[in-house]
Design a protein around this ligand. Sequence first.
Ligand SMILES: Cc1ncc(COP(=O)(O)O)c(C=O)c1O
Length: 408
Amino acid sequence: MTLYEEGDVSTSPVNEGLNRRLSSELSEMRSQGVLKQLQHICGPQGPVVDLEGYGETINLCSNNYLGLCDVPEVVAAVRDGADRYGAGTSSVRFICGTFDVHRELEDRIADFLETEASITFTSCWNANEGLFAPLLDEKDALISDELNHASIIDGIRLCKANRHIYRHMDMDSLEEALESSQSARHRMVITDGVFSMEGEIAPLPEIRELCDRYDAIMAVDDSHATGVLGDTGRGTPEHFGMHGEVDIITSTLGKALGGMAGGFIASSREVVEYLVQRSRTQLFTNAIPPHSAAGALAAIEHLESHPEMVTRLRENAEYFRAGLKELGYQPIEGDTPIIPVIIGETADAIALSTRLLDEGVFVIGFGFPVVPHGTARIRSQISAAHTREHLDRALEALDRSGRELGLL
Ligand SMILES: Cc1ncc(COP(=O)(O)O)c(C=O)c1O
């Protein structure tokens, strides 16, 4: 698809008034420098990608935390899955779209996270969208961190429970919400396990303590932590030594676990069975294609037999963070492979990421409105598949580019 260019006149049959309005808003976005430009990758996702127009580029912006996207065993499992099951399900699950490999994957996810059961969805977006409305209604309260992922926000919008938003990772604010919702039948607290813009880890022990005190259900979206945190990649519960203490875990199969499509909810048998019966993103849309399920299964197996990947990921992230500091950058402190560096002005962050692309390093710059004014940043995401040579080359480019742009 060729994106809209300034001055384009559409020949499509779509309503002229709509096209005119969209065209004018797109022009406005362009003039404010916030029009997103899609970059095209011409080969597998990896620590180095073949980026159209730039060639071989060190990739510091994928969620391929363990490098499993192009590990031969995972790719072979997808291929074998396609040979065995064909291209797709052609049905929603409760009619004739559930395959044995879905059950195998769900059992494996539950074993991996030490929950009683799990259920998969075509994405974690769909898992979050399908989670709240079936379980909670106007008699209940849903309590959410103000910086939770967009899919959680949309899931909450679809649910009739009374909404409470607490200040980001602020336990006093969470307690106020719990106190003010004491009359609810159920209260559910939902938080991202790792917040992707800052790389912060949610304070699960404190949240658990408050949930116990106020008899609330604790739900965590661990999309940026599954495969990443804890000694064996079992996420924020493992990071805090809290296995089995999170009531509901949602996460993705589209990041560390092979990067295909898919998400899941892991919880008690009752929660999972109820979602099978009532979750709209379960009932009215197809399951993940069986070959993707086979690939995700292989990715989990690979992770379980190679926990050293998680150690390498942590060491790579520490190495890169220390390297940035040596250059004079000020990365946000943290323990995750998400390493944002505050640059300040949006134009500077975008200029740096553009300059880095010319240097063969792919890093995304974020500015307002994605992050608050004055805190524009570039965000590096490190992978276990990066070699020290990749990281050193990226640091050298950051050094040169930062100096040229007067940022260092
Ligand atoms: C915290 C969080 N939850 C959910 C999602 C959605 O995951 P998926 O790509 O599986 O829909 C993302 C993806 O960006 C995420 O960061």
